[in-house]
Design a protein around this ligand. Structure first.
Ligand SMILES: Nc1nc2c(ncn2[C@@H]2O[C@H](COP(=O)(O)OP(=O)(O)OP(=O)(O)O)[C@@H](O)[C@H]2O)c(=O)[nH]1
Ligand SMILES: [Zn+2]
Length: 223
């Protein structure tokens, strides 16, 4: 589980801050520092762009209410696009626990990359343990790692599953995300309340019909 160069937009780094690779923080429990590998937001440029947008929308960015809006909006986007760093903490699976571990109803907030509008809902993230088990909070932290980005729901779902498979080497991984896209409710087709469900299953949860069924039953998804 250690030593790989990260894929996609996420990097793992050790205390030296090399930006790539994995350096254990401590041997037991095993901790790996996880940081996102994307470039940071250029706040000054974002601020100028929001000022330009306000002018393009026919507003006066110098008015008292709007004067600070470019700064606020730039910081809001920076916050929404920056996941928190965390330690990926794993423990030996000494008892050989081999049933599903599932964190249900993890809140998901992300930004649709087509309209830059939020989509939000819940994720259900589960795995069938192999040699190591994961600190439970880390399932939610991995969701945030990929959700705080410009996304489409399908990619987000698959990135969470693939990342867990790669770094935990479990016997199986299952991720379901149910979310409402504001670009579908506030504008455009305007179907407020419609939720999109996506799933990504790997290993035994994909191949074994009973495990798959159990996973969907526990998530409350009828598949
Ligand atoms: N597959 C997928 N599509 C998404 C996601 N978020 C938004 N979209 C869709 O992206 C599509 C963009 O289509 P376009 O026709 O280029 O955009 P549009 O003219 O604004 O389309 P409407 O939303 O139908 O008004 C829309 O159908 C959105 O609903 C997502 O997470 N996954
Ligand atoms: Zn959209």
């Amino acid at each position: 589980m250690a030593g790989e160069v990260p894929r996609g937009s996420v990097a793992l780094s050790g205390p030296q801050g090399t930006g790539e690779g994995v350096v254990p923080r401590s041997p037991s429990p095993r901790r790996l520092q996880v940081v996102h590998g994307r470039g940071g937001v250029d706040l000054a440029a974002a601020q100028r762009a929001v000022g330009d947008l306000l002018r393009a929308l026919g507003r006066n960015p110098a008015s008292e209410h709007l004067a600070d809006t470019p700064r606020r909006v730039a910081h809001a986007y920076a916050e929404m696009l920056t996941p928190r760093e965390f330690d990926l903490t794993t423990f030996p699976n000494e008892e050989g626990y081999d049933e599903l571990v599932l964190a249900r109803d993890i809140p998901v907030q992300s930004l649709c990359e087509h309209h830059l509008l939020p989509f939000q809902g819940v994720a259900h993230v589960g795995y069938l343990p192999g040699e190591r088990i994961l600190g439970l909070s880390k399932l939610a932290r991995v969701v945030e790692l990929f959700a705080r980005d410009l996304q489409v729901q399908e990619r987000l779902t698959k990135q969470v599953a693939d990342w867990l498979q790669e770094h935990l080497s479990p016997h199986g991984v299952g991720v379901v995300i149910e979310a409402e896209h504001l670009c579908m409710s506030l504008r455009g087709v305007r179907v407020a309340g419609s939720r999109t469900v996506t799933s990504s299953l790997l290993g035994a949860l994909r191949e074994d019909a009973r495990s798959r069924q159990e996973f969907f039953a526990l998530t409350g998804i009828h598949a």
